[in-house]
Design a protein. Structure first.
Lengths: 116, 113
């Protein structure tokens, strides 16, 4: 079974440009999360989808970030316009309730974003 | 903010047991202790979780003190591949709770040959 996949693995853009990150969760997982780690900091939660609905977006830093999950399958995270402080690694995770009560989140490998 | 405190780093000899401590003195009665790890250049990976009883799976054992204010993750026979940052996280765990994880700084475990 395929795990969580993310695209691209790396992205280098200039300040002011737009970047769109994509996450494909494990098939059938209703819950999808975005996290990020900026340089020298802890991994921080950004937002949580349940199917296509935003359950919790309290971690989104500002309105330059837009996340979507049309159809409740894959998700995109757009940063527009990108700023230097947006550089970091963006992780996506998915989970499904009722699977052994682990409430385990499965993480993708991350997208490393560098804003120059 | 994370509700846990962990030592920033630890070393362990290959083949020996690695014991990683975690303090969570403000844990609530309905919060579980979860452990994840992040191997370099990969996403975090679930290891184990527990409420109050000790737990064991194919990866590790989790020992939780009786007052639940601290716990220890045990890797019984550490290998070089276990070199990673280990995160202790407290969170709710009930059927409908699928909330986010709150990561602290974790413990960087270095397994040495």
């Amino acid at each position: 079974e395929a795990g969580v996949t993310q695209f691209p693995s790396h992205s280098v853009i200039e300040k002011g440009q737009t970047v769109t990150l994509r996450c494909d969760p494990i098939s059938g997982h209703d819950n999808l999360y975005w996290y990020r780690r900026v340089m020298g900091k802890e991994i921080k939660f950004l937002l949580h989808f349940v199917k296509e609905s935003k359950q919790d977006e309290s971690g989104m830093p500002n309105n330059r970030f837009l996340a979507e999950r049309t159809g409740g399958t894959y998700s995109t995270l757009k940063v527009q316009p990108a700023e230097l402080e947006d550089s970091g690694v963006y992780f996506c995770a998915s989970s499904q309730p009722g699977l052994g009560l682990k409430n385990e989140q499965f993480f993708g490998p991350g997208t490393r974003l560098t804003v120059l | 903010d994370a509700k846990t405190t962990q030592p920033p780093s630890m070393d362990c000899a290959e083949g020996r047991a690695a014991n990683l401590p975690c303090n969570h003195s403000t844990i609530s009665g309905n919060e579980y202790v979860y452990w994840y790890r992040q191997i370099h250049s990969q996403g975090p990976q679930y290891i184990i979780h527990g409420l109050k009883n000790n737990e064991t799976n194919e990866m590790a054992s989790l020992i939780i003190t009786e007052d639940r204010k601290s716990s220890t993750l045990i890797l019984p026979h550490a290998t070089l591949r276990d070199t990673a940052v280990y995160y202790c996280i407290v969170r709710l765990n009930y059927g409908g709770s699928q909330g986010n994880l709150i990561f602290g700084k974790g413990t960087k475990l270095s397994v040495k040959p």
